[in-house]
Design a protein around this ligand. Structure first.
Ligand SMILES: Cc1ncc(C[n+]2csc(CCOP(=O)(O)OP(=O)(O)O)c2C)c(N)n1
Length: 364
């Protein structure tokens, strides 16, 4: 196993002064080391992380990107249309979820796990799989220097357990996502629910599975778009999207689409814990957002903020009944303990889709 501190030291020693990324739990050790040195930028999505690193390189400082391979989809556009044609070298560490054995990981990783290396091969960028048994990092740095010399991005693919893990972050105490969900669930009855990727969907499933809930594993940041599509297709239905702050930030532009179309039957609930809790609790940039001002500025009809169960009891029912689009932000803290199993451990993704599509929908 490669020591995260040693890897970071080697990278900084070779001039890599800045890193940007969206976390994967498998890279948390490296993220922690780089964050402690003030070198890590929490990007909203992987394409933005690549562009931030490219901007750094254009201004004379080598930069790296840390992502999960699920985020390759977000990154391919700036890679193929910016970095490659403009010959801007950047170093990318991408974890290998769903590889080598798709069955050993969550179903949303199986396609990308199978094609990650093939995709990079087809695109034509230099890539190497990091060998966890490597006793020296020289091969890695030689590979990176060669790529940079030829003005090309370099991809290092990181198998599970290849780099040492980080230290577990402490729970924040107080109201956590599963507690806030338990408080919210009674208000969701009879409504169609789209739940975001990560722990939130697991907690919701554990609190009570129902056909009217779609657990959106994968497609991080697109729960609001899914909910918008459903709300437009089925105006008689009350649609509730349960989002995370990190996921919402990833495709924040969709809130503007929602605000412009103003579906009356859409409620957008954000569990804002200021962190990517599902990947280890790395900070997001949500702390800087004034949610009520944001909702108003993009055209939502109302916004409610709740910091504890009492405020949710006061504002939740009115928020869910108000004419949409409504933003309901629950300010929670990072919880403790292991999450329950994912929804698709009980029900295959395709079965989930069939069951959800066949749900009883009020009004047709
Ligand atoms: C495109 C993409 N990038 C990264 C990930 C890895 N990932 C899964 S859940 C998650 C964190 C989600 O954070 P947030 O929405 O704030 O919810 P929380 O985990 O805090 O409940 C991340 C980064 C992913 N699934 N997809």
């Amino acid at each position: 196993v490669i020591e995260a501190t040693e890897l970071a030291r080697g990278l900084v020693g070779r001039g890599f002064g800045r890193f940007a990324g969206v976390p994967c739990s498998h890279l948390d050790g490296l993220i922690q080391v780089l964050s402690a040195e003030g070198r890590y930028v929490a990007a909203a999505d992987e394409g933005a992380a690549l562009a931030i690193a490219a901007g750094s390189q254009l201004s004379g400082q080598r930069a790296g990107v840390l992502i999960q391979n699920s985020g390759l989809g977000n990154l391919v556009n700036p890679l193929t249309s910016l970095l490659i044609p403009f010959r801007i070298p950047v170093l990318v560490f991408a974890t290998l979820r769903g590889w080598p054995d798709a069955a050993g990981d969550e179903p949303q990783h199986s396609v990308m796990g199978r094609v990650t290396a093939a995709l990079l091969e087809e695109i034509g960028v230099p890539h190497r799989i990091l060998d966890p048994e490597a006793t020296s990092l020289d091969f890695l740095f030689d590979f990176v220097e060669d790529a940079f010399e030829s003005e090309q991005p370099a991809f290092v693919l990181v198998p599970r357990g290849a780099v040492t893990a980080g230290v577990r972050r402490p729970a924040a105490g107080g109201w956590s996502t599963p507690e806030a969900l338990a408080d919210l669930v009674p208000l969701l009855s009879g409504r169609t629910v789209f739940a975001t990727t990560g722990y939130l969907s697991r907690h919701l499933h554990a609190l009570g599975d129902r056909a009217g809930t779609f657990y959106m594993q994968g497609a991080m940041g697109h729960a609001l778009a899914l909910g918008l599509g459903a709300a437009l297709a089925s105006p008689e239905e009350s649609v509730v999207v349960l989002d995370g702050d990190g996921a919402l930030l990833m495709h924040l532009g969709t809130a503007s689409t929602v605000g412009a179309l103003r579906p009356r039957n859409l409620v957008h609930v954000v569990f804002d814990n200021g962190a990517y809790e599902s990947t280890g609790g790395q900070p997001t940039t949500s702390g800087a957002i004034d949610w009520r001002g944001f909702a108003e500025s993009v055209g939502y009809r109302a916004a409610f903020l709740c910091r504890d169960p009492e405020e949710l009891a006061q504002r939740g029912p009115a928020g869910l009944e108000a004419e949409g689009p409504v933003l309901l932000v629950l300010e929670v803290g990072i919880g403790s303990g292991a999450p329950p199993p994912r929804a698709t451990a009980a029900l295959e993704p395709a079965e989930l889709t069939r069951r959800f599509s066949a749900r009883a929908v009020a009004g047709g």
